[in-house]
Design a protein. Sequence first.
Length: 245
Amino acid sequence: MTDNENSYISLEQAKSLVSALEQGQVASANEIIEQASHKMQQDIFVGVGKLTRQLHDSLSNMSIDERFSSFVSSSLPDAKERLSYVVEMTSQAANQTMDAVDECIPLAQKHQATVNEILPSWERLKDCKIKVDEFRMLCTTLDKYFSESVNDAEQLNTKLNDIVLAQGYQDLTGQVLHKITDLVKDVEENLIGILKLFGHYDDEQQLDRVDNCIEAEGPVVAKSKQHDVVSGQDDVDDLLSSLGF
């Protein structure tokens, strides 16, 4: 594509504009400027329309696995609530894991203390230096230890399974985050395309200045409280179709 094709005003229009200004023909000059700005506005309109259509389609096609798709479509209508869900699930899993660990630690400490108590007598038994009374006490301690170990092992097994199950949230939340990440990347790429309609923003400082001038309003979460937004997917489709997108 040549520079003339990229330009919103042709060389002939530029010469006519200068001539009109030199001759004081304000109306003619304004008409030339309006024609040039109209082309730029049309390009921006088309770019925004395409971005809106792609964003709408991406949101419509955001699907999780079958175990979760119905819940996501009914309870998580936008990316903000999806992220809130991820935060909630992560917090819940962390609390469950910490609770299970807190219950496992005393069991492990009890076993360590009992073994430390038994070891001296056990060593004397192996060396045949243990006394009868001490041997009887050792047998009683071991009998109690073996009995308690069965129950403690069952508790440890249950708590460790709870910890493993608590990590299952990563499967579903990972899918949610992956979909949102892809959506954000698509929007970012298209927004860059929109910016390029105004010219070349290759310089990072220029892009930073553009970013600083943009004040994001954020997604509409409670649509019922706002009267200037469409009310459903069908309305969005109808609006985009009526505009030619």
